[in-house]
Design a protein around this ligand. Structure first.
Ligand code: C2E
Ligand code: MG
Ligand code: MG
Length: 714
């Protein structure tokens, strides 16, 4: 229904206009006024859809009427038609200025009146509709904006709640090591006040030492923009109990994709570790005696063999079989038999040194790995003691039984180079011992006197070799993974043995360590390697030389003094020398060795831990070691792609080493696949047959001249 208001002082006009207006549409209500003031008063309470007004009226003219009308509430947009007899522009202008929408000329043409009025009415309705739609839209928008804000606020809050209730310790830190965020779980673990933590240095949360390590790992993430592979670490909470965590670090990026922080999350895996440890124990131990089983024995042999490769003392495998155990079982029954085995196991265990391994292989068979056997006499003496120990178990449970055992001995490396060979040969020797009516031990194959004679002969040959200059050095290239360039070489000792040819250190190194020749020999190696490296230096080649030092030599000589002296003699820059030591060097006297190592570093030479991972030191230990490089042992590199355990060890070594600012070198790289993996893990340098076997110095120099970047081409 449309409301049309007509204002005119003349009755006739009012009537005509009212009639015309009523015919515009079906549903029209028309209101007419003779007096504009009356009309305004009425309009204050109604909003019309169209106003038609005369211009010339006695009390106020049309312009004034429109002005006042426009001021009424919601009348600003209502169309107003002015009817006038005047054609002058000044009237029209006044009317327009006061807000008229259209004009009709008097006398009014009826058809024109209806058309104009109808159009204005329609236009107005459309405008009203549009306005109402716009305001609805606006309202809806306002509501949804509000809802979105609330939803966002809610989701942030619930996210924070989720993060707080996760059973994971989560924190984030900025480049300067200040904490940006710490979740409730972590705060609870360390027992701090949440207010203290934000903005504090990570050291507050993790403790000074651990904090420094975490901070330098964060820096790696900032620099690479990539997450770190996860690693295991130990942390101690407010209850003082050490717990094991698996920790990941990943970059946090801001809106512009710049790394603005590093998120550290640590999952407590102590329980899982314990279970794993338990399962591992079960897998590696004999349930009856709780002694290591065959699997663990093999693993221990693998370690000893890895160490023997670099000339550690030989070790002996003793295979022990009880004599007459069948009688115990037959006479006293199986459970007594079990008790007997347990008793023998306990007695034998009492006779072991901590570095030896006693294992039960099954039935009445035991094996003993005797580490550090200087001579076969050592092994014989040990076997005698073991036989006595077994005899001591006689008269078991007052049964009147006499007990004894037979022992077969195989010595590494003479009697076998791998575990299987050694087990087989010790077994053969054991059967020979049994054949002697028991309570007896036998060496595999060669008898003891022949062994001793051989040793003496070899000693003589080696002594002459040193006098006759039969020793020489081979060099194996070391390649930097970032540049692909050869950056150094490891000097490896060779003996040009008359009648035999070039032989490696495996053949003679343990002899020269045993007979003391290692001291002059290795001094020769050091001098010779420095001399050779000085010739590289003179040619302007940026190369380092690695020299292996023997633990024996380290104990007997003031190494820092000797090194300083040889550097002075040869003119080699200290930074071009890299001394390789094995972990076993520190077992005896950590403090004295640490002091020497520090002095060597102070001289400016590099110090590497060789064959890292095969020795005694845990990753934690290396932190206290004054060295600047680690060489990951080749046994881990060999199985990198097949053994998940080895891959994890390599990853842990690299991660920890890097956080301590050490350079990481991997040895024994033979394939492109191993190389790719080592590169992915973040190794700095590599060495192995893939790039070149150990070779004479001139071949090494020739290789340098013709090799384009090696690692890059791989
Ligand atoms: P090392 O210091 O760990 O030296 C690496 C050994 O691994 C070298 O054996 C080298 O030839 C070998 N190797 C290098 N790349 C590969 C590879 O890709 N695959 C395989 N299967 N083997 C690779 P080498 O020359 O027989 O030396 C054995 C050990 O003897 C050395 O182990 C080192 O501990 C010791 N040694 C060598 N020269 C000296 C020396 O002048 N003084 C002392 N004290 N020990 C030395
Ligand atoms: Mg080495
Ligand atoms: Mg090595």
């Amino acid at each position: 229904m449309s409301l049309i208001v007509i204002v005119d002082d003349r009755v006739t006009n009012r009537n005509i206009f009212a009639k015309l207006a009523a015919s515009i549409e079906q549903d029209v209500s028309v209101q007419t006024f003779g007096d504009p003031e009356e009309a305004l008063a009425w309009l204050a309470g109604q909003t019309p859809d169209l106003v038609i007004t005369d211009y010339k009226m006695p009390k106020m003219d049309g312009a004034e009427f429109i002005r006042q009308f426009r001021e009424l509430p919601s009348c600003a947009d209502v169309p107003v038609i002015v009817i006038t007899v005047y054609e002058e522009r000044s009237f029209r202008l006044r009317a327009l200025e006061s807000g008229a929408t259209d004009f009709l000329h008097s006398p009014v043409d009826h058809h024109e009146f209806i058309t104009r009025a109808r159009n204005l009415l329609k236009l107005h309705k459309h405008q009203m509709l549009l306005a109402s739609r716009a305001s609805t839209l606006e309202r809806e928008l306002r509501v949804s904006e509000h809802n979105r804000e609330r939803a966002l606020r809610d989701s942030r809050k619930s996210l924070a709640q989720v993060i707080d209730t996760l059973p994971v310790m989560i924190s984030a830190a900025g480049y300067d090591g200040r904490l940006l965020f710490v979740n409730a779980n972590h705060i609870d673990f360390v027992g701090l006040d949440p207010q203290q933590v934000l903005g504090a240095h990570v050291g507050l949360l993790f403790g000074e030492e651990h904090g420094a390590r975490s901070h330098s790992l964060d820096r790696m993430v900032f620099e690479t923009g990539r997450p770190l592979p996860s690693y295991e670490e130990e942390m101690v909470g407010r209850d003082g109990e050490p717990r094991v965590f698996i920790t990941t670090k990943s970059p946090l990026r801001d809106d512009t994709n710049i790394v603005s922080g590093v998120l550290t999350s640590s999952l407590d895996i102590t329980a899982r570790k314990r279970t794993e440890g338990h399962l591992r124990h079960l897998a590696h131990h004999d349930p009856l005696t709780d002694l290591p089983n065959r699997t663990l024995l093999r693993e221990r042999m693998r370690r000893l063999i890895a160490r023997a490769r670099r000339g550690d003392q030989p070790f002996a495998l003793h295979l022990l079989d009880l004599d007459g155990f069948k009688a115990v079982n037959d006479l006293l029954g199986h459970s007594a038999g079990d008790r007997f085995i347990k008793l023998v196991g306990e007695r034998l265990r009492g006779a072991m040194r901590s570095e030896d391994t006693l294992a039960r292989l099954g039935g009445d068979e035991f094996a003993i790995l005797q580490a550090h056997v200087a001579s076969s006499e050592d092994a014989a003496e040990f076997a005698r003691r073991v036989l006595e120990t077994v005899a001591g178990a006689s008269d078991f449970e007052n049964s009147g039984l006499r007990t004894s055992a037979s022992i077969g001995i195989a010595i590494h490396p003479e009697d076998g180079i791998d575990g299987e060979d050694l087990l087989k040969n010790a077994d053969l020797a054991m059967y020979r011992a049994k054949a002697e009516q028991g309570n007896f031990f036998c060496f595999y194959a060669a008898d003891m006197q022949a062994r001793a004679r051989n040793d003496a002969l070899l000693d003589g040959e080696l002594r002459r070799a040193l006098e006759n200059d039969e020793f020489l050095l081979y060099y194996q290239p070391q390649v930097n993974l970032a540049s692909g360039q050869i950056v150094g070489a490891e000097a490896l000792l060779r003996w040009n043995r008359p009648g035999v040819g070039i032989v490696g250190p495996g053949v003679f190194l343990n002899r020269v360590e045993e007979n003391g020749m290692i001291v002059p020999l290795n001094e020769w190696v050091l001098r010779e390697a420095c001399r050779e490296a000085y010739s590289w230096q003179k040619r302007g080649l940026a190369l380092r030389v690695g020299v292996n030092l023997s633990p024996v030599q380290f104990r007997k000589r003031r190494m820092p003094l000797l090194v300083a002296q040889i550097l002075g003699e040869t003119g080699l820059a200290p930074s071009r020398l890299d001394l390789e030591l094995t972990e076993s060097i520190v077992v005896s006297d950590f403090d004295a060795v640490a002091k020497d190592l520090q002095q060597l570093l102070d001289l400016g030479v590099h110090v590497s831990i060789d064959d890292f991972g095969t020795g005694y030191s845990s990753l934690n230990y290396v932190k206290k070691f004054p060295v600047d490089r680690i060489k990951i042992d080749q046994s881990f590199v060999r199985n990198l792609s097949t053994d998940a355990n080895d891959a994890a060890i390599v990853r842990a070594i690299v991660t920890l080493g890097k956080s301590l600012g050490l350079e990481i070198v991997a040895e024994g790289v033979e394939t492109a696949e191993q190389l790719a993996r080592l590169r992915a893990e973040g190794c700095d340098e590599v060495q192995g047959y893939y790039f070149g076997k150990p070779m004479p110095a001139d071949e090494f120099i020739a290789l340098l001249d013709c090799s384009a970047p090696l690692a890059a081409s791989a």
